[in-house]
Write a protein that binds this ligand. Structure first.
Ligand SMILES: C[C@H](O)[C@@H](O)CC(=O)C(=O)O
Ligand SMILES: [Mg+2]
Length: 457
């Protein structure tokens, strides 16, 4: 696929905003450790000299978004003044400049706030590229030649598992049948599971009501939050199992609540409810601990899922090699944009681990659908035992929200990465000056933020 012409593609401006939704008021998105999340994001808009825009974001839980915003502002220097076409021509080179600046890399490297900030910027660049090509991101990825796609990835630290040549060979070998897979996706979409039934802050009545709702909507896979009290988990998960019946599937998510042995003992107590996976049983950095848990739970047919807080491709590499990750949960906004996510998909494919993307957060459903659709057409070429998470929140704020029908994501059609917010959303929810936030402060529903948080102009 020819690269875009350089004319008019000089990036002249990068804007970043702190956007927050008051989801903690309803317990939406709550889990064992994130008990009161206000679903939020640092939202980037890049603008070229002719006014062409790209939109990107990274997900956060409320407080601290201002730190990501400031980090993005500090990274502006790596983007503004460059020509977008030149970035795309050497995307891996650009990726290194933004993730490995000789002074800023001390803040990571390739992890934490610095990587969240890089993710938002990189996501906005992929959005821009797809808009220039007039294609949704998944189609852009599908249309790139294997060599072009692989050229966007920085393979430093992972060539012991996969090399660029091998990645190209794999992608070429998977090309047969892609037209049929493409058509299949356009007609039937991609299977989803729901997490909406089981946020930890929901009452038992609401959990049961939502189970009925999502059964009616055609869902077959239901994820429930666990991890604070065995008694509560047993009661809630039993209610969900009763409601969905034995022919549907249950997953549980502890969001890092336990130590390794505790995770094993806790899960033995839930094993009779037949969860297919336990997600984030322990620290997201404990590769060996996950392997121990996986081994202990294998006789119960419970797999381990993790990845939403996996720091970078190197950590993913170790998890994938260790036998501690049966379901690889890439997240579109935590590691270094699509460039690094492609590396994880390629390693997961080679090491035979299923990818089921994480999407619990603002805009994550919108983004990960593109990645998993590309995977189906171009890499794994299968949907077997793979699902995209679906969280039914904040979609109404996007210009091109994800569409889920009959528990399947329908393939996005509009150009871009589906990450552009509606103007009225920015007016209301930009923090702390948006109209909705001002109302919430005035009515005493939330306290006025202190000066440290006032980073929005
Ligand atoms: C704080 C988030 O809502 C988190 O609980 C999401 C998550 O773990 C998931 O969707 O999985
Ligand atoms: Mg999770």
């Amino acid at each position: 696929m020819p690269l875009p012409d350089k004319s008019g593609l000089k990036i002249v401006h990068l804007d970043v905003r702190d956007v927050r939704f008051p989801t903690s008021l309803g317990g939406h998105g709550s889990d064992a450790l994130h008990t009161d999340p206000n679903y939020s994001c640092a939202y980037v808009t890049i603008i070229t000299e002719t006014g062409k825009k790209g939109f990107g974001l990274t997900f956060t839980c409320g407080r601290g978004t201002e730190i990501v915003v400031l980090t993005i502002r500090a990274m502006k220097r790596f983007v503004v003044g460059l020509n977008a076409a030149e970035i795309f021509a050497d995307f891996a080179g650009f990726w290194r400049t933004i993730t490995n600046d000789s002074q800023m890399r001390w803040l990571g490297p390739e992890k934490g706030v610095a990587h969240l900030a890089a993710a938002a910027i990189l996501n906005s660049l992929w959005d821009l590229w797809a808009r220039i090509e007039n294609k949704p991101v998944w189609k852009l990825l599908v249309d790139l030649e294997p060599e072009e796609l692989v050229s966007t990835i920085d393979f430093r630290y992972i060539t012991d598992v996969i090399t660029p040549d091998e990645a190209v060979r794999i992608l070429k070998a998977q090309r047969k049948g892609r037209e049929e897979r493409f058509k299949y996706l356009e007609q039937h979409g991609y299977p989803a599971y729901t997490t909406q039934v089981g946020w930890l802050g929901y009452s038992d009545e609401l959990v049961t009501e939502l189970c009925h709702k999502y059964l009616q909507l055609g869902f077959t896979h239901f994820k429930v939050k666990v991890g604070l009290s065995v008694e509560d988990d047993l009661r809630r998960a039993t209610a969900v199992r009763k409601c969905i019946g034995d022919d549907k599937f249950l997953m549980v998510d502890a969001n890092q609540a336990w130590s390794v042995n505790e995770a094993i003992e806790w899960m033995k107590k839930l094993a009779h409810l037949k969860p297919i996976w336990i997600e984030e049983p322990t620290s997201p950095d404990d590769v060996f601990g996950h392997a121990v848990i996986s081994k202990a739970l294998e006789p119960y047919d419970i797999g381990v899922a993790t990845g939403e807080m996996c720091a970078n491709r190197v950590m993913f590499k170790q998890f994938l090699q260790s036998g501690g990750m049966q379901y690889c949960q890439i997240d579109s906004a935590r590691i270094g944009g699509i460039n690094e996510i492609l590396a994880v998909y390629l390693m997961a494919h080679k090491l035979n681990v299923k990818v089921c993307p994480h999407a619990g957060g603002v805009g994550l459903c919108e983004m990960v659908q593109h990645l998993q659709l590309w995977d189906y057409v171009s890499l794994s070429c299968t949907m077997a035992d793979r699902l995209i998470e679906y969280v039914d929140q904040q979609h109404e704020h996007f210009v091109d929200p994800c569409v889920v029908h009959n528990a399947r994501y329908m393939a996005p059609k509009l150009p871009g990465y589906s990450t552009e917010f509606l103007p009225e959303t920015l007016e209301k929810y930009t923090y702390p000056h948006g109209t909705e936030w001002r109302r919430l402060f005035k009515e005493g529903i939330f306290p006025l933020p202190d000066e440290a948080e006032l980073v929005n102009p």
